[in-house]
Design a protein around this ligand. Structure first.
Ligand SMILES: Nc1ncnc2c1ncn2[C@@H]1O[C@H](COP(=O)(O)OS(=O)(=O)O)[C@@H](OP(=O)(O)O)[C@H]1O
Ligand SMILES: Nc1ncnc2c1ncn2[C@@H]1O[C@H](COP(=O)(O)OP(=O)(O)O)[C@@H](O)[C@H]1O
Length: 200
């Protein structure tokens, strides 16, 4: 491979400076779960809650990523991997900028989530398993996509003809078919706040 002469710069203002400035510990809160499990709903409510507490946050989700940065990527295993790789690199930059980053992607493959975790430093990757049985997601069918997938109008749909590999040891586990929305968001806020607060 051709050698690229890329030599990283040492910047005067570093990650620790930005962290002190924003008075928060930057992390990635990584939601994973089936379509319709509740990722976007919980990500939005979490961001709203953290915003009201004064934290600096940013949500990365399908709307701002698959229509922009990752436009053109499909739902093949290879493209999903590339989707997650780019999202992880962007999330890492945002952590470096001092933000609390919330990502809401199906991210169905364990090895891709492991790659995202490995890009970050110890304690910076908080995996949230938004756990909901396929039958319930299918009943919710928020976007009508399960019906289309069952009818064969969409192929490689996660849970139908494409796998979802559930996390084994997520930092946070939410069962959205068993818990109310209120209990789910309270659980999230209670677990996330102590992680991102910096004691003076
Ligand atoms: N084939 C197939 N499989 C799964 N999902 C599909 C598919 N086609 C379109 N959609 C819609 O795209 C959203 C998932 O995109 P993601 O970027 O999160 O997927 S992945 O992480 O790359 O697997 C997903 O959004 P959510 O419902 O919010 O999860 C779907 O609305
Ligand atoms: N405990 C819960 N947590 C999150 N969503 C829930 C819960 N109970 C019911 N729901 C509903 O499930 C649906 C989840 O949709 P959405 O957030 O778009 O899922 P995803 O982003 O994973 O595709 C919403 O209509 C939401 O109101």
């Amino acid at each position: 491979m051709e050698k690229l002469n890329i030599i990283p710069h040492d910047h005067k203002v570093n990650k620790e400076d930005r962290q002190r400035h924003k008075k928060q510990k930057p992390v990635v809160i990584w939601f994973t779960g089936l379509s319709g499990s509740g990722k976007s709903t919980l990500a939005n409510m979490l961001e709203q809650g953290l915003y009201e507490y004064g934290f600096h946050t940013y949500i990365l989700d399908g709307d701002n990523v698959r229509m922009g940065l990752n436009k053109g990527l499909t739902f093949s295993e290879e493209d999903r991997k590339e989707n997650i790789r780019r999202i992880s690199e962007v999330a890492k930059l945002m952590v470096d900028a001092g933000l609390v980053v919330i990502t809401a992607f199906i991210s169905p493959f364990k090895k891709d989530r492991a790659m995202a975790r490995e890009l970050l430093e110890e304690g910076e990757f908080i995996e949230v398993f938004v756990d909901c049985p396929l039958e319930v997601c299918e009943q919710r069918d928020v976007k009508g996509l399960y019906r289309k997938a069952r009818a064969g109008e969409i192929t490689k749909f996660t849970g139908i003809d494409s796998p979802f590999e559930a996390p084994e040891n997520p930092e946070i586990h939410i069962k959205t078919a068993e818990q109310s929305l209120e209990s789910s968001i309270n659980q999230l806020i209670d677990l996330v706040l102590p992680i991102i607060q910096i004691k003076n």
